[in-house]
Design a protein around this ligand. Structure first.
Ligand SMILES: *Cc1c(COP(=O)(O)O)cnc(C)c1O
Length: 385
């Protein structure tokens, strides 16, 4: 059936990836089942060491999800009511949700339309005497413009917290994401570059005191047992998830390389089909290694939603990350933002489209994706004529 237009392409194929190392994952899972240690323990510790070594940081504190990693990091930094944290409005909700849940106020700064990451030029005029931190989100697997952000943070004495949920293995100036700020938050949600078979997250940092506070916070702020020093909660990681992630970690670099190759093939196919005008390919900024957790194009004109319907009708997986900006979300209306406040973000929300990408995606599958896009634009052009 290869090459048939009736064969769909999934947005992400988690099973295709796992099959190759199925034996290793099964061995790891069985070892945990037989160990009797369900939560935390040696597998979790080994995974924390593995990830912190991978990121080049001194400490890794695992937790239950990327969302909890953000919340733990903000709490460890002492951020709370009365504080302000600057972040982009074009990100997954968790980045802003975590800030709100500490009692602090998220303050949005618009994005750079080329990289989709926070635009450093928009940050400085958002800083007040209450600002405590900046959260650059390395969206889709590409690092934000850190050099400028470091300068701003230095001048104003602010902490930099990386939201690296989508950027494990990405690099900036030869340094891995995770080691580009005071702390970084990672997610092992199944669609991320290193996915658990369930939930998982981690905070990585070089600061020993913060690492100790993070470890305490994730067990109800308890130290010693049944004496509670901080207002913590249960954010512990399951041993099975850590063992699965650890079994996958040696393959991470080769998987990211395959993601980059797949991205290059999409770039080629878009040119080959002369679709460059309709679908603007993602840009890789200077001094970056883009980990391509997502391959996100911009769809010209008002065609995006009709293209999505067409692709779905042909069983081509695609997704919109993200269709509605954070400053216009219902639960964030109390912040007082309105439509038009962040034009680059609002335009991105109307135009972006993520195409299927995962390490095992084949040229044949990618040809089907691009052929389906091409057939849409042919139809749409003939309708207009
Ligand atoms: C996935 C993601 C998170 C949250 O991670 P979970 O593990 O799903 O809680 C936070 N920020 C960004 C940018 C993400 O993509």
């Amino acid at each position: 059936m290869a090459g048939s237009p009736f064969v769909g392409v999934p947005l992400i194929d988690i099973k295709a990836l796992d099959k190759k190392i199925q034996g290793e994952i099964e061995t790891a899972v069985l070892r945990v089942l037989n160990s009797g240690q369900a939560i935390m323990g040696p597998d979790v510790e080994a995974f924390e060491k593995g990830i912190s070594r991978y990121c080049g940081t001194n400490y890794g504190v695992s937790c239950n999800s990327g969302s909890d990693a953000l919340l733990l990091a903000l709490h460890a930094m002492g951020i709370g009511p009365g504080d302000e944290v600057i972040l982009p409005p074009f990100t997954f909700f968790a980045t802003a949700g975590a800030v709100c849940r500490t009692g602090a106020t998220p303050v949005f700064a618009d994005i750079d339309p080329v990289t989709f990451n926070i635009d450093p030029a928009q940050i400085e005029n958002k800083i007040t005497s209450r600002t405590k931190a900046i959260i650059p989100v390395h969206l889709f697997g590409q690092c934000a413009e850190m050099e400028t952000i470091w300068g701003i943070a230095d001048r104003h004495n602010l902490l930099v917290l990386e939201d690296a949920a989508q950027s494990l293995a990405a690099e900036y100036q030869g340094k891995r994401s995770g080691n580009l700020g005071a702390m970084a938050c990672l997610s092992f949600y199944p669609t991320k570059n290193l996915g658990a078979f369930g939930e998982g997250g981690m905070v990585v940092t070089n600061d020993e005191e913060w690492a100790a506070k993070l470890r305490c916070l994730r067990v109800h702020g308890m130290e010693p047992r049944y004496y509670h020093k901080y207002m913590g909660w249960n954010a512990r990681m399951d041993a099975i998830q850590a063992a699965i992630c650890m079994a996958k970690l040696p393959y991470l670099d080769s998987w990211v390389k395959k993601r980059q190759e797949a991205a290059a093939r999409y770039d080629f196919l878009l040119s080959e089909e002369c679709l460059g005008f309709f679908l603007k390919k993602p840009a890789v900024a200077a001094k970056r290694l883009h980990a391509f957790n997502q391959y996100v194009v911009r769809v010209a004109g008002d065609e995006r939603d009709a293209l999505v319907s067409h692709l779905r009708s042909e069983k081509i997986g695609c997704e919109i990350y993200y269709p509605w900006p954070l400053h216009l979300q219902e639960c964030l209306q109390f912040l007082g933002y309105g439509a038009g406040d962040f034009p680059a973000t609002e335009k991105a929300c109307a135009e972006v489209l993520a195409l299927p990408i995962f390490p095992e995606i084949t040229m044949e599958q990618q040809r089907r994706v691009i052929a389906s896009c091409a057939s849409y634009f042919r139809k749409s052009a003939s309708k207009a004529a």
